[in-house]
Ligand binder design. Sequence first.
Ligand code: BG6
Length: 486
Amino acid sequence: MSFPKGFLWGGAVAANQCEGGYLEGGKGLNCADMLKGGNVSTPRKFSPVIEEGAYYPSHNAIDFYHHYKEDIGLFAEMGFKVFRLSINWARIYPNGDDAEPNEEGLKFYDDVFDECLKHDIQPLVTLSHYEIPWAIVTKYGGFVDRRVIDLFLKYAETVFTRYKDKVKYWLTFNEINCALMTGGGAYNGLGFVLPEDLENTAQRPVNELKDDPQKRFEALHNEFVASALTVKKGHEINPDFMIGCMIASMAFYPATCKPADLLEAQNKTDIINHFCGDVHVRGEYPDFALNYMHSFGVDTSFITEEDQKILKEGTVDMYTFSYYQTMTVSAENSSDSVGNLFAGGKNPYLEASPWGWTIDPEGLRYFLNQLHDRYPHTPLMVVENGLGMIDKVEEDGSIHDSYRIDYLRKHIKEMKRAVEEGVPLIGYTTWGPIDLVSAGTGEMYKRYGFIYVDRNDDGTGNFDRSRKDSFYWYKKCIASNGEDLD
Ligand code: BG6
Protein backbone atom coordinates (compact mmCIF):
# COMPACT_ATOMS: atom_id res chain seq x y z
CA MET A 1 0.00 0.00 0.00
CA SER A 2 1.00 3.60 -0.44
CA PHE A 3 -0.62 7.00 -0.22
CA PRO A 4 -4.16 6.90 -1.59
CA LYS A 5 -4.97 8.29 -5.01
CA GLY A 6 -5.97 11.93 -4.69
CA PHE A 7 -3.87 12.39 -1.56
CA LEU A 8 -3.77 16.10 -0.78
CA TRP A 9 -0.13 17.19 -0.94
CA GLY A 10 0.62 20.83 -0.33
CA GLY A 11 1.68 23.50 2.11
CA ALA A 12 0.17 25.71 4.81
CA VAL A 13 0.43 29.36 5.79
CA ALA A 14 -1.49 31.83 7.95
CA ALA A 15 -2.62 35.27 6.78
CA ASN A 16 -0.91 37.21 9.57
CA GLN A 17 2.40 35.46 8.94
CA CYS A 18 2.54 36.03 5.20
CA GLU A 19 0.12 38.66 3.88
CA GLY A 20 1.46 41.98 5.14
CA GLY A 21 -0.63 44.86 3.72
CA TYR A 22 -1.86 45.15 7.28
CA LEU A 23 -3.98 48.23 6.69
CA GLU A 24 -4.55 47.87 2.97
CA GLY A 25 -7.83 47.06 1.30
CA GLY A 26 -9.86 48.25 4.27
CA LYS A 27 -8.42 45.69 6.70
CA GLY A 28 -8.68 46.38 10.43
CA LEU A 29 -6.08 45.48 13.04
CA ASN A 30 -5.98 42.00 14.53
CA CYS A 31 -4.27 40.60 17.59
CA ALA A 32 -1.20 39.49 15.61
CA ASP A 33 -0.68 43.09 14.49
CA MET A 34 0.02 44.10 18.09
CA LEU A 35 2.94 41.70 18.55
CA LYS A 36 6.53 42.80 18.09
CA GLY A 37 9.39 40.63 16.87
CA GLY A 38 11.49 38.56 19.27
CA ASN A 39 13.92 35.68 18.95
CA VAL A 40 14.80 32.36 20.54
CA SER A 41 15.83 34.01 23.82
CA THR A 42 13.73 37.20 23.74
CA PRO A 43 9.97 36.64 23.95
CA ARG A 44 7.63 38.61 21.71
CA LYS A 45 6.17 41.69 23.33
CA PHE A 46 2.64 42.85 23.16
CA SER A 47 1.66 46.55 23.00
CA PRO A 48 -2.02 47.50 23.18
CA VAL A 49 -1.33 50.51 20.95
CA ILE A 50 0.87 50.51 17.85
CA GLU A 51 4.09 52.36 18.57
CA GLU A 52 5.42 54.47 15.77
CA GLY A 53 8.72 53.30 14.36
CA ALA A 54 8.59 49.94 16.18
CA TYR A 55 8.88 46.65 14.26
CA TYR A 56 5.74 44.53 14.04
CA PRO A 57 6.49 41.56 11.76
CA SER A 58 2.90 41.00 10.57
CA HIS A 59 2.63 44.49 9.10
CA ASN A 60 4.66 43.58 6.03
CA ALA A 61 5.37 39.89 6.60
CA ILE A 62 6.43 38.49 3.20
CA ASP A 63 3.99 40.70 1.31
CA PHE A 64 1.91 37.81 0.01
CA TYR A 65 -0.82 40.44 -0.37
CA HIS A 66 0.99 41.70 -3.46
CA HIS A 67 2.86 38.52 -4.42
CA TYR A 68 0.12 35.91 -4.22
CA LYS A 69 0.06 35.21 -7.97
CA GLU A 70 3.77 34.55 -8.07
CA ASP A 71 3.63 32.44 -4.89
CA ILE A 72 0.71 30.29 -6.01
CA GLY A 73 2.46 29.88 -9.37
CA LEU A 74 5.48 28.48 -7.52
CA PHE A 75 3.27 26.13 -5.47
CA ALA A 76 1.74 24.96 -8.75
CA GLU A 77 5.21 24.34 -10.13
CA MET A 78 5.81 21.98 -7.19
CA GLY A 79 2.56 20.24 -8.06
CA PHE A 80 0.53 21.27 -5.00
CA LYS A 81 -2.92 19.70 -4.81
CA VAL A 82 -3.93 21.81 -1.83
CA PHE A 83 -2.91 25.12 -0.31
CA ARG A 84 -3.84 25.79 3.29
CA LEU A 85 -4.23 29.47 4.12
CA SER A 86 -6.31 31.50 6.52
CA ILE A 87 -8.75 34.29 5.86
CA ASN A 88 -7.79 37.36 7.82
CA TRP A 89 -11.05 37.94 9.69
CA ALA A 90 -10.28 41.69 9.99
CA ARG A 91 -10.10 41.96 6.18
CA ILE A 92 -13.73 40.86 6.02
CA TYR A 93 -15.07 42.53 9.17
CA PRO A 94 -12.45 45.17 10.07
CA ASN A 95 -13.97 45.73 13.53
CA GLY A 96 -15.38 42.28 13.97
CA ASP A 97 -18.88 43.65 14.52
CA ASP A 98 -19.43 45.76 11.38
CA ALA A 99 -22.91 45.62 9.89
CA GLU A 100 -21.62 44.85 6.39
CA PRO A 101 -18.55 42.96 5.21
CA ASN A 102 -15.69 44.77 3.50
CA GLU A 103 -16.04 44.09 -0.22
CA GLU A 104 -12.37 44.77 -0.93
CA GLY A 105 -11.36 42.07 1.52
CA LEU A 106 -13.81 39.58 0.03
CA LYS A 107 -12.54 40.40 -3.45
CA PHE A 108 -8.94 39.76 -2.40
CA TYR A 109 -9.74 36.18 -1.38
CA ASP A 110 -11.84 35.68 -4.52
CA ASP A 111 -8.70 36.52 -6.47
CA VAL A 112 -6.51 34.26 -4.34
CA PHE A 113 -8.89 31.28 -4.64
CA ASP A 114 -9.33 31.86 -8.39
CA GLU A 115 -5.58 31.81 -8.77
CA CYS A 116 -5.41 28.49 -6.85
CA LEU A 117 -8.19 26.91 -8.89
CA LYS A 118 -6.60 28.07 -12.13
CA HIS A 119 -3.68 25.81 -11.16
CA ASP A 120 -5.92 22.95 -9.92
CA ILE A 121 -4.98 23.67 -6.32
CA GLN A 122 -7.75 23.20 -3.76
CA PRO A 123 -7.78 25.90 -1.08
CA LEU A 124 -8.02 24.64 2.51
CA VAL A 125 -9.13 27.60 4.56
CA THR A 126 -8.68 28.24 8.27
CA LEU A 127 -11.27 30.69 9.51
CA SER A 128 -9.29 31.82 12.54
CA HIS A 129 -5.53 31.43 12.71
CA TYR A 130 -4.35 33.66 15.58
CA GLU A 131 -5.84 36.79 14.00
CA ILE A 132 -8.91 37.83 15.96
CA PRO A 133 -9.91 41.43 15.07
CA TRP A 134 -8.37 43.77 17.61
CA ALA A 135 -11.67 45.56 18.17
CA ILE A 136 -13.12 42.25 19.37
CA VAL A 137 -10.30 42.03 21.91
CA THR A 138 -10.73 45.58 23.19
CA LYS A 139 -14.52 45.79 23.07
CA TYR A 140 -15.49 42.26 24.04
CA GLY A 141 -12.42 40.75 25.71
CA GLY A 142 -12.23 38.17 22.91
CA PHE A 143 -14.23 34.95 23.08
CA VAL A 144 -14.95 35.48 26.77
CA ASP A 145 -18.04 37.34 25.61
CA ARG A 146 -20.75 35.09 24.21
CA ARG A 147 -21.74 37.74 21.67
CA VAL A 148 -18.50 36.91 19.86
CA ILE A 149 -19.98 33.51 18.97
CA ASP A 150 -22.52 35.32 16.81
CA LEU A 151 -19.90 37.62 15.33
CA PHE A 152 -17.81 34.63 14.35
CA LEU A 153 -20.80 32.84 12.91
CA LYS A 154 -21.73 35.87 10.86
CA TYR A 155 -18.18 36.04 9.49
CA ALA A 156 -18.19 32.30 8.73
CA GLU A 157 -21.55 32.52 7.01
CA THR A 158 -20.34 35.45 4.91
CA VAL A 159 -17.30 33.61 3.59
CA PHE A 160 -19.06 30.23 3.27
CA THR A 161 -21.72 31.84 1.10
CA ARG A 162 -19.30 33.84 -0.95
CA TYR A 163 -16.83 31.01 -1.62
CA LYS A 164 -19.13 27.98 -1.55
CA ASP A 165 -18.22 27.03 -5.11
CA LYS A 166 -14.51 27.73 -4.72
CA VAL A 167 -13.58 26.22 -1.37
CA LYS A 168 -14.54 22.78 -0.16
CA TYR A 169 -12.12 22.27 2.78
CA TRP A 170 -12.43 24.43 5.89
CA LEU A 171 -10.98 24.50 9.41
CA THR A 172 -12.59 26.46 12.22
CA PHE A 173 -9.92 27.43 14.84
CA ASN A 174 -6.21 26.87 14.38
CA GLU A 175 -4.68 24.91 17.27
CA ILE A 176 -7.72 25.50 19.44
CA ASN A 177 -5.98 23.72 22.32
CA CYS A 178 -3.52 26.63 22.64
CA ALA A 179 -6.21 28.09 24.93
CA LEU A 180 -4.99 25.59 27.52
CA MET A 181 -1.88 27.72 27.70
CA THR A 182 -2.02 31.02 29.54
CA GLY A 183 -0.45 34.19 28.11
CA GLY A 184 0.40 33.87 24.42
CA GLY A 185 -1.78 30.82 23.82
CA ALA A 186 -4.92 32.40 25.21
CA TYR A 187 -4.09 35.74 23.58
CA ASN A 188 -3.60 34.31 20.10
CA GLY A 189 -6.33 31.71 20.21
CA LEU A 190 -9.09 33.39 22.19
CA GLY A 191 -8.22 37.09 21.94
CA PHE A 192 -8.30 36.87 25.71
CA VAL A 193 -6.84 39.93 27.46
CA LEU A 194 -8.09 41.19 30.80
CA PRO A 195 -9.10 44.89 30.95
CA GLU A 196 -6.23 45.78 33.29
CA ASP A 197 -3.74 44.41 30.77
CA LEU A 198 -5.32 46.46 27.99
CA GLU A 199 -5.19 49.63 30.03
CA ASN A 200 -1.53 49.16 30.88
CA THR A 201 0.16 50.50 27.75
CA ALA A 202 3.67 49.45 28.80
CA GLN A 203 4.85 46.74 26.46
CA ARG A 204 5.25 43.33 28.09
CA PRO A 205 6.05 39.81 26.93
CA VAL A 206 2.78 38.37 25.74
CA ASN A 207 3.37 35.36 27.95
CA GLU A 208 3.13 37.57 31.01
CA LEU A 209 -0.47 38.57 30.39
CA LYS A 210 -2.65 37.80 33.40
CA ASP A 211 -4.77 34.68 33.55
CA ASP A 212 -8.25 34.07 34.88
CA PRO A 213 -9.03 30.36 34.47
CA GLN A 214 -12.78 30.82 34.85
CA LYS A 215 -12.88 33.31 31.98
CA ARG A 216 -10.33 31.45 29.87
CA PHE A 217 -12.23 28.15 29.98
CA GLU A 218 -15.51 29.93 29.32
CA ALA A 219 -13.90 31.54 26.29
CA LEU A 220 -12.68 28.16 25.09
CA HIS A 221 -16.17 26.76 25.56
CA ASN A 222 -17.55 29.65 23.52
CA GLU A 223 -15.12 28.75 20.74
CA PHE A 224 -16.30 25.14 20.80
CA VAL A 225 -19.89 26.34 20.47
CA ALA A 226 -18.91 28.76 17.69
CA SER A 227 -17.10 25.96 15.89
CA ALA A 228 -20.04 23.55 16.17
CA LEU A 229 -22.52 26.16 14.94
CA THR A 230 -20.15 26.94 12.08
CA VAL A 231 -19.95 23.29 11.04
CA LYS A 232 -23.75 23.09 11.04
CA LYS A 233 -24.13 26.30 9.08
CA GLY A 234 -21.46 25.25 6.59
CA HIS A 235 -23.27 22.01 5.82
CA GLU A 236 -26.51 23.91 5.25
CA ILE A 237 -24.75 26.19 2.76
CA ASN A 238 -22.95 23.39 0.96
CA PRO A 239 -23.42 19.76 2.05
CA ASP A 240 -20.15 18.86 0.31
CA PHE A 241 -18.05 20.99 2.62
CA MET A 242 -15.46 19.09 4.65
CA ILE A 243 -15.02 21.05 7.85
CA GLY A 244 -12.38 20.10 10.36
CA CYS A 245 -10.93 20.97 13.71
CA MET A 246 -7.26 21.80 14.11
CA ILE A 247 -5.26 20.67 17.14
CA ALA A 248 -1.63 21.32 18.08
CA SER A 249 -0.58 17.74 18.62
CA MET A 250 1.89 16.62 21.20
CA ALA A 251 2.84 13.03 21.83
CA PHE A 252 4.08 12.67 25.41
CA TYR A 253 6.42 9.86 26.40
CA PRO A 254 6.94 8.83 30.02
CA ALA A 255 10.45 9.91 30.99
CA THR A 256 11.02 6.51 32.68
CA CYS A 257 9.05 3.30 33.11
CA LYS A 258 8.01 4.40 36.58
CA PRO A 259 4.23 3.91 36.74
CA ALA A 260 3.80 7.47 38.00
CA ASP A 261 5.53 8.76 34.86
CA LEU A 262 3.31 6.65 32.64
CA LEU A 263 0.22 8.02 34.34
CA GLU A 264 1.53 11.53 33.93
CA ALA A 265 2.11 10.96 30.21
CA GLN A 266 -1.42 9.60 29.85
CA ASN A 267 -2.82 12.56 31.73
CA LYS A 268 -0.90 15.11 29.64
CA THR A 269 -1.92 13.35 26.41
CA ASP A 270 -5.56 13.48 27.45
CA ILE A 271 -5.52 17.13 28.41
CA ILE A 272 -3.36 18.56 25.68
CA ASN A 273 -4.64 16.51 22.74
CA HIS A 274 -7.92 14.83 23.55
CA PHE A 275 -9.72 17.48 25.59
CA CYS A 276 -10.34 19.61 22.49
CA GLY A 277 -10.29 16.70 20.04
CA ASP A 278 -13.08 14.87 21.87
CA VAL A 279 -15.32 17.93 22.02
CA HIS A 280 -14.90 18.43 18.27
CA VAL A 281 -15.12 14.82 17.11
CA ARG A 282 -17.36 13.22 19.73
CA GLY A 283 -19.37 16.34 20.50
CA GLU A 284 -18.97 16.10 24.26
CA TYR A 285 -16.57 16.93 27.06
CA PRO A 286 -14.68 13.93 28.38
CA ASP A 287 -14.63 13.49 32.18
CA PHE A 288 -10.92 14.26 32.41
CA ALA A 289 -11.55 17.67 30.79
CA LEU A 290 -14.21 18.51 33.35
CA ASN A 291 -11.94 17.34 36.17
CA TYR A 292 -9.12 19.41 34.77
CA MET A 293 -11.22 22.58 34.72
CA HIS A 294 -12.50 21.84 38.23
CA SER A 295 -8.90 21.52 39.43
CA PHE A 296 -8.56 25.27 38.71
CA GLY A 297 -11.71 25.94 40.72
CA VAL A 298 -13.65 26.62 37.52
CA ASP A 299 -17.44 26.49 37.72
CA THR A 300 -18.40 24.65 34.54
CA SER A 301 -22.10 25.49 34.64
CA PHE A 302 -21.49 27.50 31.44
CA ILE A 303 -21.78 24.14 29.66
CA THR A 304 -25.55 24.36 29.41
CA GLU A 305 -27.84 21.64 28.09
CA GLU A 306 -28.50 23.70 25.00
CA ASP A 307 -24.78 24.07 24.33
CA GLN A 308 -24.29 20.34 24.77
CA LYS A 309 -26.87 19.76 22.07
CA ILE A 310 -25.08 22.21 19.77
CA LEU A 311 -21.76 20.44 20.33
CA LYS A 312 -23.35 17.10 19.43
CA GLU A 313 -24.93 18.49 16.29
CA GLY A 314 -21.80 20.23 15.06
CA THR A 315 -19.14 17.53 15.10
CA VAL A 316 -16.39 17.85 12.54
CA ASP A 317 -15.91 15.94 9.26
CA MET A 318 -12.17 15.57 9.69
CA TYR A 319 -9.50 15.90 12.36
CA THR A 320 -6.47 17.94 11.36
CA PHE A 321 -3.41 18.73 13.41
CA SER A 322 0.03 20.28 13.47
CA TYR A 323 2.95 18.06 14.31
CA TYR A 324 6.42 19.35 15.09
CA GLN A 325 7.87 17.48 18.04
CA THR A 326 7.29 15.19 21.01
CA MET A 327 8.17 15.54 24.67
CA THR A 328 8.82 13.46 27.72
CA VAL A 329 7.03 13.93 31.01
CA SER A 330 7.68 12.73 34.49
CA ALA A 331 5.77 12.88 37.72
CA GLU A 332 8.46 15.31 38.87
CA ASN A 333 7.36 17.63 36.08
CA SER A 334 10.61 18.45 34.34
CA SER A 335 10.32 21.04 31.57
CA ASP A 336 13.69 21.50 29.94
CA SER A 337 12.45 21.08 26.38
CA VAL A 338 10.40 23.58 24.42
CA GLY A 339 8.03 23.40 21.49
CA ASN A 340 5.54 25.45 19.56
CA LEU A 341 3.13 25.62 22.45
CA PHE A 342 3.84 23.34 25.36
CA ALA A 343 6.95 22.53 27.36
CA GLY A 344 8.07 19.11 28.54
CA GLY A 345 11.21 17.14 29.23
CA LYS A 346 14.07 16.42 26.83
CA ASN A 347 14.32 13.06 25.15
CA PRO A 348 17.92 11.78 25.21
CA TYR A 349 17.26 9.67 22.10
CA LEU A 350 16.27 12.57 19.88
CA GLU A 351 18.01 15.52 18.31
CA ALA A 352 16.60 19.00 18.39
CA SER A 353 16.53 22.02 16.06
CA PRO A 354 18.43 25.21 16.99
CA TRP A 355 15.14 26.38 18.51
CA GLY A 356 15.13 23.36 20.81
CA TRP A 357 12.28 21.49 19.08
CA THR A 358 12.93 17.75 19.07
CA ILE A 359 12.87 15.90 15.76
CA ASP A 360 10.79 12.74 15.99
CA PRO A 361 9.39 11.25 12.77
CA GLU A 362 8.32 8.01 14.47
CA GLY A 363 6.36 10.06 16.96
CA LEU A 364 4.16 11.13 14.05
CA ARG A 365 3.29 7.53 13.23
CA TYR A 366 2.65 6.83 16.89
CA PHE A 367 0.35 9.83 17.11
CA LEU A 368 -1.50 9.01 13.88
CA ASN A 369 -2.24 5.53 15.14
CA GLN A 370 -3.34 6.85 18.50
CA LEU A 371 -5.79 9.21 16.78
CA HIS A 372 -7.15 6.54 14.49
CA ASP A 373 -7.69 4.28 17.45
CA ARG A 374 -9.58 7.01 19.27
CA TYR A 375 -11.61 8.32 16.32
CA PRO A 376 -11.82 5.28 14.02
CA HIS A 377 -14.29 6.80 11.55
CA THR A 378 -12.71 10.22 11.15
CA PRO A 379 -10.37 11.12 8.27
CA LEU A 380 -7.10 12.65 9.45
CA MET A 381 -4.86 15.25 7.91
CA VAL A 382 -1.47 16.62 8.92
CA VAL A 383 -1.85 20.32 8.21
CA GLU A 384 1.47 21.52 9.62
CA ASN A 385 4.85 19.86 9.81
CA GLY A 386 8.25 21.26 9.01
CA LEU A 387 11.65 22.36 10.16
CA GLY A 388 12.43 25.94 11.05
CA MET A 389 16.13 26.53 10.29
CA ILE A 390 18.70 29.13 9.41
CA ASP A 391 19.30 28.97 5.65
CA LYS A 392 22.51 30.08 3.97
CA VAL A 393 22.29 31.72 0.57
CA GLU A 394 25.34 30.78 -1.52
CA GLU A 395 27.09 33.29 -3.73
CA ASP A 396 25.26 32.00 -6.79
CA GLY A 397 21.94 32.35 -4.97
CA SER A 398 21.39 28.62 -4.38
CA ILE A 399 20.28 27.27 -0.99
CA HIS A 400 21.28 23.73 -0.06
CA ASP A 401 18.76 22.81 2.63
CA SER A 402 19.49 19.09 2.87
CA TYR A 403 18.54 19.18 6.59
CA ARG A 404 14.98 20.17 5.60
CA ILE A 405 14.74 17.45 2.97
CA ASP A 406 15.99 14.93 5.50
CA TYR A 407 13.43 16.03 8.09
CA LEU A 408 10.50 15.90 5.67
CA ARG A 409 11.59 12.64 4.07
CA LYS A 410 11.66 10.88 7.43
CA HIS A 411 8.25 12.21 8.43
CA ILE A 412 6.68 11.27 5.10
CA LYS A 413 8.11 7.75 5.39
CA GLU A 414 6.48 7.35 8.79
CA MET A 415 3.18 8.71 7.46
CA LYS A 416 3.36 6.15 4.72
CA ARG A 417 3.83 3.39 7.23
CA ALA A 418 0.86 4.69 9.18
CA VAL A 419 -1.23 4.53 6.01
CA GLU A 420 -0.09 0.94 5.52
CA GLU A 421 -1.21 0.25 9.07
CA GLY A 422 -4.69 1.46 8.13
CA VAL A 423 -4.72 5.12 9.17
CA PRO A 424 -7.17 7.10 6.97
CA LEU A 425 -4.80 9.96 6.20
CA ILE A 426 -6.13 12.22 3.46
CA GLY A 427 -3.48 14.90 3.15
CA TYR A 428 -0.28 16.58 4.24
CA THR A 429 0.52 20.27 4.12
CA THR A 430 4.00 21.24 5.24
CA TRP A 431 4.27 24.35 7.36
CA GLY A 432 5.58 27.38 5.56
CA PRO A 433 6.15 26.13 1.99
CA ILE A 434 7.42 29.66 1.54
CA ASP A 435 9.49 31.41 4.25
CA LEU A 436 7.25 33.44 6.51
CA VAL A 437 7.15 35.15 9.90
CA SER A 438 7.50 32.77 12.84
CA ALA A 439 4.46 32.81 15.09
CA GLY A 440 6.43 31.99 18.21
CA THR A 441 9.34 34.37 17.88
CA GLY A 442 8.28 36.76 15.12
CA GLU A 443 11.50 36.04 13.22
CA MET A 444 12.16 35.61 9.52
CA TYR A 445 15.49 34.08 10.49
CA LYS A 446 13.69 30.83 11.36
CA ARG A 447 12.82 29.63 7.88
CA TYR A 448 10.56 26.74 6.86
CA GLY A 449 10.17 27.26 3.13
CA PHE A 450 10.89 25.44 -0.09
CA ILE A 451 10.87 28.99 -1.41
CA TYR A 452 13.27 31.52 0.04
CA VAL A 453 12.06 35.07 0.62
CA ASP A 454 14.54 37.91 0.71
CA ARG A 455 13.31 39.56 3.87
CA ASN A 456 15.18 39.87 7.16
CA ASP A 457 14.45 40.68 10.77
CA ASP A 458 16.03 44.12 10.49
CA GLY A 459 13.49 45.00 7.81
CA THR A 460 15.95 44.66 4.93
CA GLY A 461 15.34 42.60 1.80
CA ASN A 462 13.38 43.14 -1.38
CA PHE A 463 10.85 40.29 -1.03
CA ASP A 464 12.35 38.41 -4.00
CA ARG A 465 11.47 34.71 -4.10
CA SER A 466 13.90 31.89 -5.02
CA ARG A 467 13.82 28.09 -5.07
CA LYS A 468 15.78 26.09 -2.46
CA ASP A 469 17.00 22.53 -3.11
CA SER A 470 13.98 21.26 -1.17
CA PHE A 471 11.71 22.86 -3.79
CA TYR A 472 12.83 20.36 -6.42
CA TRP A 473 12.75 17.50 -3.93
CA TYR A 474 9.15 18.16 -2.85
CA LYS A 475 8.11 18.49 -6.49
CA LYS A 476 9.47 14.98 -7.09
CA CYS A 477 7.80 13.68 -3.96
CA ILE A 478 4.40 15.00 -5.04
CA ALA A 479 4.78 13.83 -8.64
CA SER A 480 5.42 10.29 -7.39
CA ASN A 481 2.61 10.47 -4.78
CA GLY A 482 5.19 10.10 -2.00
CA GLU A 483 7.10 7.19 -3.53
CA ASP A 484 10.26 8.96 -4.69
CA LEU A 485 11.80 10.46 -1.58
CA ASP A 486 15.47 10.32 -2.58
C1 BG6 B 1 2.04 26.37 14.84
C2 BG6 B 1 1.21 27.52 14.30
O1 BG6 B 1 1.96 26.36 16.22
O2 BG6 B 1 3.41 26.37 14.63
C3 BG6 B 1 1.86 28.31 13.20
O3 BG6 B 1 -0.06 27.08 13.87
C4 BG6 B 1 3.34 28.47 13.50
O4 BG6 B 1 1.19 29.54 13.07
C5 BG6 B 1 3.96 27.08 13.54
O5 BG6 B 1 4.01 29.31 12.63
C6 BG6 B 1 5.46 27.08 13.70
O6 BG6 B 1 5.82 27.81 14.83
P1 BG6 B 1 6.88 28.97 14.73
O7 BG6 B 1 6.90 29.59 16.08
O8 BG6 B 1 8.18 28.33 14.36
O9 BG6 B 1 6.39 29.90 13.68
